[in-house]
Design a protein around this ligand. Structure first.
Ligand code: ZN
Length: 76
């Protein structure tokens, strides 16, 4: 099983830090505690692993979303 190194995770944390700061509030549960950035397009292997850890949500190649609420399981 592949896992991210701490260095790779740190790099992603830094590159998504700003996005995380600007995430919308979830309209269903009314807060952003469980909202993570949605990432559009084909992910790299490392990004897929980062998404597997729950830090971001891959939205595929179709529509772009700002975020994903982990609690309500839907895109925002
Ligand atoms: Zn929600």
């Amino acid at each position: 099983m592949d896992t991210l190194t701490d260095e790779q995770r740190k790099k992603f944390d830094e590159s998504y830090g700003q996005r995380r700061h600007e995430l919308p509030v979830c309209p269903r549960c009314g807060n952003k505690n469980d909202v993570v950035p949605a990432v559009r397009g084909r992910p790299t292997r490392e990004l897929a692993l980062y998404a597997d850890e729950g830090h971001v949500k891959l939205s595929g190649c179709t529509e772009g979303y700002q975020g994903w609420c982990k609690k309500c399981q839907h895109f925002i």
